[in-house]
Design a protein around this ligand. Structure first.
Ligand SMILES: NC(=O)c1ccc[n+]([C@@H]2O[C@H](COP(=O)([O-])OP(=O)(O)OC[C@H]3O[C@@H](n4cnc5c(N)ncnc54)[C@H](O)[C@@H]3O)[C@@H](O)[C@H]2O)c1
Length: 368
């Protein structure tokens, strides 16, 4: 491994621009190559961001210079690309979800275990200044013992803005698989692993019509639930209510609230890195906005990747890791299973709460 960890980016679509700029935010990584089944896309992103090599996935996996493969393909392709990465003996950092079903997710963890390779996975927003401040408040006992939490991710879908929104309405996406990981990962990072879930899932609109360019007017068949109401029991004894929906036009719901024996935290959008964070203790007359105690408060996607790159050198555990991503995937699948089978689902997976950052602990250049 050279001075910087060399990344090979696979999938040069919408989100790739953020990762291709990661070396500007994190000085311990560099992008060595990029690949896409659409070579034109790969070429154009490489040109825009100064990536020295454009190649096929096979060539990228055979390149001895590359330390970590960053899988930014569509969810349905995650497992295939991730398994090929691990089989080729390379460490993996994947966009969320880890896979679109438990079997594929488990196969990824198993392949990594056998090869003694790291698996990292988005989301890494829980490492941002907003959620790290919430985690510190909880760890410092500011709200006492967490009793319960609520989390709401409700909107009217992605076909109004994403240039190619088909995948959002197919199995492995929908609001639960696509955006749910941000909320569930934040809850697990704040409160710990989940032991049991139940949910009701429905599909309100069987078809969506794209209004964004360049595919405006295209019809998308909806093949996954688009409104999911879930209840979770954390291993700690706290409970949670989570709604993820692409069926709601308007609402006045918070993002995430955590209710403790001594007070309440109102957490920021877990899809982002910033605040605001509000705290109201039992006897407080009003909510107080809490100054953020941690850095990375702007779009810092790749923070979990930089943390993993550093952990690979020092030998410590990395925070946005495969075990937590698999646990979140298990919760998601179990929600849908619970709704289908009319029963609670006890989870087989668990994970450790990721180690929080100490305030001011930044091992990489923080330009925020
Ligand atoms: N767009 C966002 O705002 C956003 C935000 C956070 C996370 N994500 C996640 O990032 C991932 C990618 O999302 P996106 O919006 O960039 O999608 P996208 O459709 O814009 O891009 C995906 C790219 O992957 C390529 N691809 C597909 N299968 C491939 C394969 N087998 N080998 C190589 N390349 C392949 C496609 O050609 C395409 O260029 C998804 O997992 C999504 O959940 C997206």
């Amino acid at each position: 491994m050279g001075m910087k960890t060399s990344l090979g980016i696979v999938g040069c679509g919408n989100i790739s621009s953020v990762y291709l700029q990661a070396p500007l935010l994190f000085e311990n990584v560099r992008v060595a190559a990029c690949a896409d089944i659409d070579m034109q896309r790969a070429r154009s992103q490489a040109e825009k961001f100064g990536v020295p090599k454009v190649c096929s996935l096979e060539e990228l996996l055979a390149d001895p210079e590359i330390d970590v493969v960053v899988n930014l393909t569509v969810p349905a392709a995650h497992a295939q690309v991730s398994l090929a990465t691990l089989t080729a003996g390379k460490a993996l950092y994947s966009e969320k979800p880890l896979a679109i079903n438990r079997e594929d997710g488990w196969a990824i963890l198993e392949a990594a275990r056998q090869q003694h390779l790291r698996v990292g996975c988005a989301p890494d927003t829980f490492l941002g200044g907003g959620l790290q401040t919430c985690i510190k408040l909880i760890n410092d006992g500011e709200i006492g013992v967490p009793v319960a939490a609520t989390a709401f991710m409700v909107n009217h879908g992605m076909e109004h803005w994403h240039p190619d929104p088909y995948f959002f309405y197919q199995p492995g996406a929908g609001p639960l698989f696509d955006v749910g990981p941000y909320y569930l990962t934040a809850l697990v990072a704040m409160i710990g692993p989940i032991r049991r879930v139940t949910a009701s899932a429905k599909t309100t609109f069987p078809e969506r019509i794209v209004s964004s360019e360049p595919k405006a007017g295209t019809k998308i068949p909806v093949n996954t639930p688009t409104h999911i109401t879930g209840v979770v029991d954390f291993a700690s004894g706290a409970t949670g209510t989570i709604i993820t929906s692409f069926d709601v036009w308007h609402h006045r719901l918070p993002y995430i609230e955590v209710y403790g024996t001594e007070g309440t935290i109102s957490a920021p959008d877990p899809n982002k890195f910033q605040g605001p964070v509000y705290l109201r203790r039992a006897k407080d007359e009003q909510w107080r906005e809490i100054p953020l105690t941690h850095g990375y408060t702007k779009n810092s996607r790749g923070l979990g990747l930089a943390d993993m790159a550093q952990a690979m050198r020092s030998g410590r555990r990395h925070r946005a890791n495969g075990e937590m991503a698999y646990h979140v995937l298990d919760v998601i699948e179990s929600f849908l299973q619970s709704s289908r089978e009319d029963r609670h689902i006890a989870l087989n997976s668990t994970c450790a709460r990721p180690e929080p950052f100490a305030p001011g602990e930044h091992s990489w250049k923080d330009e925020n």
